[in-house]
Design a protein around this ligand. Structure first.
Ligand SMILES: Nc1ncnc2c1ncn2[C@@H]1O[C@H](COP(=O)(O)OP(=O)(O)O)[C@@H](O)[C@H]1O
Ligand SMILES: [Mg+2]
Length: 226
């Protein structure tokens, strides 16, 4: 059973009487533990596709199955639970809670999912240490560098052991050397955790490090040479 299966996924936006078809019928299976790059220039629909899979907004046509459940048939609450239990998110900007320190930012989503405080703390320390942040547990986001902030965001995304991580240009806001390093750590940790990932990027070099590379072109997916 794939971690995510898209069947005929379509999404269009209407603005001022003009309709733009951004996704025109996407079919995709991502297998357990598989790391897939989603390549495409700015405006090709990468974020739109990840948002649909992330069940963050409706408005799409077609079907999205997550871990064997047809998400399109679910109520809002069940969708939230499915998202919480199976998906992790990393965005271009870290979106950490500014008033909480690094450890707390990784602990909170676990508490929401019902993990005990002790277990959540241990998990946060494990993930942050794996990302080289053992000495930054008590730092707030504003006291961290851009690369460190993204590492915390990676730890947060993995905290609840999601089957699928959705990453939207996760290092797109970092300088090239930092992006390379954070990206390598992200891939290593996702592999160790056994999560699958779908990673939007316009960086061909980063894409080539993943298991499979897909390209969004005119609203459809085509395989790209890795
Ligand atoms: N909420 C929205 N309303 C109208 N158009 C949108 C909206 N979101 C995205 N689009 C359009 O969809 C296209 C794809 O956008 P996006 O998914 O952000 O691309 P990418 O992430 O690949 O840069 C763009 O042409 C954009 O203008
Ligand atoms: Mg985008």
């Amino acid at each position: 059973m794939p971690v995510v299966r898209l069947t005929g996924l379509k999404r269009s936006f209407s603005q001022g009487g003009v309709t733009i078809e951004v996704l025109r019928g996407i079919d995709l299976d991502v297998r357990k533990g598989e790391i897939v790059a989603l390549l495409g220039p700015s405006g090709s629909g990468k974020s739109t596709m990840l948002q649909a899979i992330g069940l963050l907004e409706g408005g799409f046509e077609g079907r999205i199955d997550i871990a064997g459940t047809d998400a399109s048939s679910l109520s809002g609450d069940d969708r939230t639970t499915l998202r919480r239990d199976h998906l992790g998110f990393v965005y271009q900007f870290h979106h950490l809670l500014p008033d909480f320190n690094a450890a707390e930012n990784v602990i909170l989503p676990q508490l929401v999912a019902g993990t005990s405080q002790i277990d959540a703390r241990a998990r946060a320390e494990e993930l942050l240490s794996a990302l080289g942040l053992a000495a930054r547990l008590e730092h707030r986001p504003s006291q961290l560098s851009g690369g460190e902030q993204q590492r915390v965001a990676v730890a947060r995304a993995l905290a609840n052991r999601p089957q699928l991580v959705l990453a939207d240009e996760p290092t797109g806001n970092l300088d090239e050397a930092t992006a390379d390093r954070v990206f390598a750590e992200f891939l290593k940790l996702v592999r160790e955790e056994g999560s699958a990932a779908l990673v939007a990027t316009h960086n061909e070099r980063l894409a080539a490090r993943m298991d499979r590379v897909l390209r969004l072109h005119e609203g459809l997916l085509e395989p790209a040479a890795p």
